[in-house]
Design a protein around this ligand. Structure first.
Ligand SMILES: C[S@@+](CC[C@H](N)C(=O)[O-])C[C@H]1O[C@@H](n2cnc3c(N)ncnc32)[C@H](O)[C@@H]1O
Length: 499
């Protein structure tokens, strides 16, 4: 199960626990920057996001509460969940998690959550009129589920999901709860800041759209006191951190009570799915567990930044083999062919500033193609189109381009971008020791320390990948230049011989 709220374009990598809330500006693995006006919008709309300042929703529980999760466990058993080999406990990784109660073999199927205990876009509403209005207006799955959760939560004990909702965190860990000032302060060096702003704006935009088109027309069904931006931030936070995609159920998205108590480990490769034989949601263990050990699944092959964005945690440094960092490359405005190049990029869904994911093992061919385009002189204009196509998501274009005459400049261009990014991380990491001096209360200090630690962990892991890229690029350039020098010496040697 790939638990995560992956953006649509990334979902193809993983199957299961994935939310499907797609920022419109997301192109494949690339993320476009927001305009400054949109940044301003965030500031106005979500500046009350800090735990100390926000009005938390009236439902859910503290993130580590075991009381509500015991009630959840009892209700699930009474409602058809078969006996389990795991129980909910307080754990070292992830606050609460599922822990083996018995020996569990490798290759064993676990959970067997029946579809009747799963929340999907087709679930029955306790207030059927509200559901009908949304369906009549063709509201897509994500906003539909977000509204469903709020509607059921507000009905408290009258909802059949009340035990489930009471065990959900009142404030899910998610970048949705970071204020603009916190994002600026802690994530300035990382492209994840832009992604968080983009996501917050999508949530706000979605809520505003629902309010304008639907809620305002049916105030009795959707009163402002319940269906407001705070409750939507909560419900989207829950969806981002708990919704799964079930490939064997036609790719449906679902909240799976009980299964969503499983935490993520980068060391396992097992995902939730619907099992047609047992007619339940299961996962198959890829290692044995002894009683007392926490059982994990994978939320998908996500970078540390993506895990922070959707789930609010960062794995230990070096623990995530799928980690990557977004490197931003930009066309130079002083380039004589700037307009021509930009036009072509736009034709392929790209822009003058573009992010590409770098992994510890290397970078995509698209990044090299973009670099070729950025450094190519006007005399190569005949090749611009091929370069722009190769830099894009276009799968039919040739990707592995080679232009020996500008390869050195292209590598130097990538190295410069890499080093400029590294210097931003250095600045943040050096300053991080002195970031907390202006707090006024212990609560504020706790939050600051918590967010700062997450940011330091993220930035350290992202910088580590950039350091590796810097090393490889420097070595390549050195070898190239040494080769050129050797060739020049040989050439000079020949010239002297014939003089
Ligand atoms: C699907 S829920 C898992 C159950 C959750 N621990 C709970 O108590 O409700 C996902 C959330 O669990 C936490 N989590 C999951 N895996 C984690 C990990 N490896 N490290 C830290 N927190 C993790 C994060 O707070 C995340 O948003």
């Amino acid at each position: 199960m790939a638990m995560a709220m992956a953006e649509a374009s990334r979902i193809t990598l993983h199957s299961t626990l994935l939310p499907f809330f797609t920022p419109k500006t997301h192109v494949g693995h690339r993320h476009l920057s927001l305009s400054s006006s949109r940044k301003h919008q965030v500031q106005c709309s979500v500046s009350a996001g800090a735990a100390a300042q926000t009005n938390p929703v009236a439902w859910g529980c503290e993130i580590d509460s075991l009381e509500n999760s015991s009630a959840l466990q009892r209700w699930l058993s009474e409602s058809g969940l078969p006996p389990q080999k795991m129980g909910i406990e307080r754990v070292e990784v992830g606050e609460r998690g599922l822990v083996a109660l018995k020996n569990i073999r490798k290759g064993e199927k676990l959970l067997f959550v029946p579809p009747s205990l799963v929340i999907t876009p087709d679930s029955e509403w306790s207030c059927p009129e509200a559901g009908e209005v949304l369906k009549r207006n063709s509201v897509p799955d994500w906003p539909l589920l977000a509204t469903y959760l709020i509607s059921e939560a507000s009905l408290m004990e009258s909802s059949r999901w009340s035990n489930y909702i009471s065990a959900l965190p009142r404030q899910p860990y998610s970048l949705l709860y970071w204020t603009q000032a916190e994002l600026d302060r802690y994530l300035e060096a990382s492209q994840i800041r832009e992604r968080a702003i983009e996501r917050i704006n999508n949530v706000i935009g979605t809520y505003n759209d629902l309010r304008l088109r639907i809620f305002s027309k049916y105030p009795d069904l959707f009163p402002d006191e319940v269906f407001n931006i705070e409750s939507f931030k909560w419900s989207f936070g829950i969806l981002f951190s708990r919704l799964v995609r079930l490939p064997s159920m036609g790719g449906n998205v679902a909240l799976v009570p009980w299964a969503d108590m499983l935490n993520h480990s980068c060391d396992v490769e097992t995902f939730l799915d619907y099992d047609k034989t047992s007619k339940g949601i299961v996962f198959t263990t890829d290692r044995p567990y002894q009683p007392g050990e926490q059982v994990f699944i994978s939320y998908g092959k996500k970078s540390n930044g993506e895990l922070l964005l959707s789930y609010g945690f960062v794995p230990k440094e070096g623990a995530n083999p799928s980690d990557s960092v977004e490197l931003s490359l930009s066309l130079k405005k002083s380039d004589a062919s700037y307009k021509e190049k930009l036009e072509l990029l736009k034709n392929y869904g790209l822009s003058a500033s573009q992010c590409f994911p770098i992994q510890i093992t290397g970078w995509p061919l698209e990044l090299m193609a973009y670099a070729y385009l950025a450094v190519s002189p006007s005399s190569m204009r005949g090749d611009f189109e091929e370069m722009a196509a190769a830099a894009s998501n276009n799968t039919t274009s040739k990707k592995d381009l080679r232009y020996p005459e500008i390869e050195e400049q292209a590598l130097q261009f990538i190295l410069d971008s890499c080093e400029s990014s590294i210097s931003k991380y250095n600045k943040f990491l050096q300053a991080s020791g002195s970031l907390d001096l202006d707090v006024t209360s212990p609560k504020q200090l706790n939050r600051r320390l918590f967010l700062k630690q997450l940011a330091v962990d993220l930035c350290t892991s992202e910088r580590r990948i950039l350091f590796r890229a810097q090393y490889i690029l420097r070595r390549k350039l050195r070898d190239m230049r040494a080769g050129e020098l050797r060739a020049l010496k040989i050439f000079n040697g020949f010239r002297n011989l014939f003089q």
